[in-house]
Write a protein that binds this ligand. Structure first.
Ligand SMILES: Cc1cc2nc3c(=O)[nH]c(=O)nc-3n(C[C@H](O)[C@H](O)[C@H](O)COP(=O)(O)OP(=O)(O)OC[C@H]3O[C@@H](n4cnc5c(N)ncnc54)[C@H](O)[C@@H]3O)c2cc1C
Ligand code: FES
Ligand code: FES
Length: 468
């Protein structure tokens, strides 16, 4: 044991830290824990995995990792290797494109792409192959399977044909399916360099204290971009993705509790249909490779004014649970932000969970971005509305991201709407107020006037769709 009985992680000897790559165990002896898997693969002459952007945007670097769900069932998940720090791989299994063909026999996903003429220059193809591979074994094949993969020359129709051809096929009992049946590698709750992988919250908090200047790291979809640009620095990294208590998702008649380190994809799979506004926002939140790693804790931890998840929490009256050396505390989502990238979270506190109450309100989430999917919001809006039998507003939340230094509710407009019927006069006045509620910036994505217009128009769209 390290540092007394409270710390439940075992710092193994450096050369014992390993992951399984294409079926073979590989030691991570020569590698800094913050190096991306993509860099490591290139250094080791595994050049099938391609680099397009090194930012998580193009999918050329997609590989599959094995992850166990809450029931212990193992699945392949597509992830961007350019964002994945080696530290996160300790004890995990990775499959790259080199492993798919069996001698001259292509894997069914490769054959499907060939038969549909789904590749021309071929640079993007390994990424498409790996997204399809993970979807094939996970039974998740649809047009969204490859939404995180960009192709510049083939065009997407042949790739979609290949996806549809695969939808009709069942994976056989091949070596990849067999690998999912095997016992999981024991998680070596270990330390690789200064990259700690605690398995309990208390250990994570104690480690943070023991290493001033250290940082939490969850899915690394924000930090991975910083790391790949050489901009992230910390005295140590404390990973949250091995802490079961942070990955739990539970729901009862009163509330839904989402662990801060549960991946957004696992939230979609577990809660799909229960919180429609969250489903709608997650549908447009990045691509599957990113959602397979990204977390609520990371979205709130980044404290971006254009983060898409806080508006959902604001509209749904959610609470955020924090824990630090001083214990656990709960706060309303609207009390979380205090300014531009500033929050009430103390540096040594971690976000444990978000709690979303069950209410009967009408809700919807909207996201306007330059691209339909996999793009940053110009404006995100999430609404909740309750009407009495006479059609008067008894409850209303109008939450926005992208319109100020932090996500905000349009409180003055909410107050204006309470007790009124949503007739034409009220809606015209409310739209006018919403157009003046915030002072958004103009930037390369959109002008301030456009953002102001969106605030009003998205609300009118919500009323037309859900309350007329
Ligand atoms: C291609 C791409 C597309 C994206 N699209 C979107 C999008 O559509 N909408 C959107 O909102 N974001 C988007 N993002 C940003 C990112 O995916 C999200 O912010 C994500 O939720 C971050 O989660 P993570 O677990 O990867 O965070 P990490 O990168 O691991 O951490 C981010 C920050 O949060 C801190 N942190 C992590 N967990 C905790 C915790 N439990 N408690 C306290 N602090 C913590 C870390 O210290 C770090 O400062 C995108 C990113 C990429 C690369
Ligand atoms: S290189 Fe573009 S997503 Fe990784
Ligand atoms: S085949 Fe050329 S980029 Fe896709």
């Amino acid at each position: 044991m390290h540092g007394g009985s409270a710390l439940r992680y075992i710092p193994l000897m450096h050369n014992e830290v390993a992951f399984r790559l294409n079926g073979a165990k590989v030691a991570l002896t020569d590698s800094p824990p913050t190096e991306s898997l993509l860099r490591w693969l290139k250094r080791h002459a595994l050049t099938g995995t391609k680099e397009g952007c090194a930012d998580g945007d193009c999918g050329a670097c997609t590989v599959a990792i094995v992850e166990a769900d809450a029931a212990g069932q193992r699945h392949y998940r597509a992830v961007n290797s350019c964002l994945l720090p080696l530290g996160a791989l300790s004890g995990r299994e990775v499959v790259t494109v080199e492993h798919l063909a069996d001698g001259a026999d292509l894997h069914p996903v490769q054959r499907a792409l060939v038969e549909a003429s789904g590749s021309q220059c071929g640079y993007c193809t390994p990424g498409f192959v790996m997204s399809l591979f993970a979807g094939f074994y996970a039974g998740e094949l649809d047009d969204a399977t490859t939404e995180g993969n960009l192709c510049r020359c083939t065009g997407y129709a042949p790739i979609r044909r290949a996806t549809r051809a695969l939808c009709g096929m069942q994976p056989g009992r091949d070596r990849f399916a067999a690998a999912l049946q095997g016992a999981p590698e024991p998680c070596p709750a270990t330390a690789l360099g200064k990259y700690f992988l605690p398995t309990e919250i208390a250990t994570a908090i104690a480690l943070k204290r023991a290493h001033p200047g250290s940082r939490w790291i969850a899915g690394a979809t924000d930090l991975g971009v910083e790391l790949s640009r050489g901009r992230a620095d910390a005295t140590a990294w404390i990973a949250l993705d091995r802490i079961d208590a942070l990955r739990r998702i539970s729901a009862d008649e009163d509330e839904t509790v989402i662990g801060a380190a549960a991946s957004l994809a696992s939230i979609e799979r577990t809660l799909g249909g229960r919180i429609p506004a969250l489903d709608q926002m997650l549908r447009w939140f990045a691509a599957r490779q990113v959602r397979n790693r990204a977390t609520f804790g990371g979205n709130l931890g980044t404290a971006s004014p254009i983060g898409d998840l806080l508006p959902v929490l604001l509209a749904l009256d959610a609470r955020i649970e924090l824990e630090g050396p001083g214990g656990r505390r709960m706060l309303a989502a609207e009390d979380y932000f205090t300014g531009y990238r500033e929050t009430v979270r103390e540096e040594d506190e971690l976000i444990v969970a978000v709690r979303i109450p069950v209410r009967g309100w009408r809700t919807a989430a909207y996201k306007v971005a330059k691209r339909q999917s996999d793009d940053i919001s110009i404006v995100a809006a999430v609404f909740a509305l309750g009407l009495d039998d006479a059609g008067r507003v008894v409850h209303v939340r109008l939450a926005y991201g992208g319109v100020a230094a932090m996500p905000l509710r349009a409180r003055a407009v909410e107050d204006f709407l309470l007790g009124r019927r949503l007739d034409e006069t009220t809606l015209t006045q409310a739209a006018g107020l919403l157009g003046e509620a915030f002072t958004p910036l103009s930037d390369h994505r959109a002008g301030a006037d456009y953002r102001r217009a969106l605030c009003a128009n998205l609300f009118l769209q919500f009323v037309a769709e859900h309350a007329s």
